[in-house]
Design a protein around this ligand. Structure first.
Ligand code: UT7
Length: 359
């Protein structure tokens, strides 16, 4: 290969946006209806508030908002494929992605959903990269969108405090592995022996085929939080180490660690375990809660808008979720058009000024 030949084919990040619905739910508001308080929530999770959709809204509404801003960020008016990764699809059938594609004016593009619970965004990135490097697609819109408020029991204090609604989206184009923004290496894994740790029992073929009446609680999200917590810390750190090893990176090569925003204590435990200074860990869980498949692109969009992510930064993305599933990805942050909107008032978060976090 001549010296100036491009590197191997890769999917390159070229657009990014995050969006959360305007309605804010503070810890104090939750404490009015649940046996909990702001201090407990902040100490155990690091969360101060989260955003939720209005009655009548659905995941596709979040996905469309983030998707159109990501397309604008990429300067793209067409893509070959739209992937929506979500645990809260608009309905079991059909997938949410074709609806989102049509509403974005992208009818005709391939469109499908990816389900990997909170690991969905990393799985979706790997899927998008596969479509691009195999030559099936030249440009892909990947949206992580979840509306957990539609599946969490509002009276379940353990879960109602953690989750928030939101969407984050990226656009990927065909390029080369040595370009900034090229995604990969990846580490992806699962362990279905622990499928019962995070579940929504009703709505799928298993319960329907028994013919039993659906119990009210089975429609709700259930999580054995304490056990999940332990798995999250160990599996996330293991996956991060694996992807670093396969890429020949050391932990010192990581400028920004962007983990799934599950709980600030988990983020800090993993950061410490990896031997990374905590200031390299990107965290916005305090203001959006755990937004499932949206959490990594929302954290990226927030950090880009705040300019704590800079072109050339080497990033380690790591996620963990139901399944159990986990995944990690490495990339170098590219130059990208980031629209931060009007200047924030002192001490306000971008979400206070509207819903656009970056585009
Ligand atoms: O995103 C996918 C992956 N998800 C995660 O990674 C989430 C992982 N898990 C967690 O983040 C934490 O386990 C929770 C935040 C869900 C719970 O925190 P914890 O420190 O693990 O609490 P715990 O479940 O061990 O409960 C401790 C106590 C219990 O009371 P007793 O039995 O000791 O009397 C709970 O009933 O805290 C109680 N509790 C609460 N108290 C006040 C549980 N939720 C609340 C609450 N307010 N909201």
């Amino acid at each position: 290969m001549p010296d100036n030949a491009p590197g191997p084919a890769a999917a390159v990040l070229c657009g990014l946006a995050g969006w959360v619905p305007p309605r804010v739910v503070t810890n104090e508001e939750l404490a009015e209806r649940l046996d909990t308080d702001d201090a407990w929530i902040r100490t155990r999770t690091g969360i101060r508030r989260r955003h939720v959709i209005e009655p009548g809204q659905a995941t596709s509404d979040l996905a469309v908002e983030a998707g159109c801003r990501a397309l604008r960020s990429a300067g793209a008016d067409s893509v070959d494929a739209v992937i929506v990764t979500t645990t809260t699809p608009d309905r079991p059938c059909p997938a949410t992605a074709p609806t989102v594609a049509a509403r974005l004016g992208l009818a005709g593009a391939a469109a499908f959903d990816v389900g990997a619970v909170c690991t969905g965004f990393v799985y979706g990135l790997a899927t998008a990269a596969g479509l691009i490097t195999s030559g099936v697609a030249g440009r892909v819109l990947l949206i992580g969108a979840d509306a957990y408020s539609t599946i969490v029991d509002p009276l379940d204090r353990a879960n109602a405090i953690i989750f928030g609604d939101g969407a984050g989206a990226v656009v990927l184009r065909a390029g080369h592995a040595d370009e900034p923004g090229a995604v990969g290496r990846f580490d992806l894994g699962s362990d279905g022996a622990h499928e019962d740790l995070i579940t929504v029992a009703a709505g799928g073929s298993r319960q329907r085929s028994t013919g039993d009446e659906v119990r009210r609680g089975d429609r709700h999200f259930a999580m054995r939080g304490n056990e999940v917590y332990r798995h999250a810390v160990t599996r996330t750190a293991e996956s991060a180490r694996t992807v670093l090893r396969t890429a020949g990176w050391t932990i010192d090569d990581v400028d920004r660690f962007v983990p799934h925003q599950a709980n600030l204590r988990i983020l800090h435990s993993v950061t410490d375990d990896l031997g990374l200074p905590r200031e390299r860990c990107v965290a916005n869980v305090d203001s959006v809660g755990n937004t499932g498949a949206a959490s990594i692109p929302l954290a990226l969009a927030d950090a880009a808008a705040r300019q704590t992510l800079r072109p050339g930064d080497r990033l380690l993305l790591t996620a963990f979720g139901g399944g159990l599933t986990w995944g990690s990805c490495l990339l170098t942050w590219p130059e990208m058009a980031v629209h931060t909107g009007p200047e924030p008032a002192p001490h306000t978060h971008p979400h206070d000024r509207g819903e656009e976090t970056a585009s």
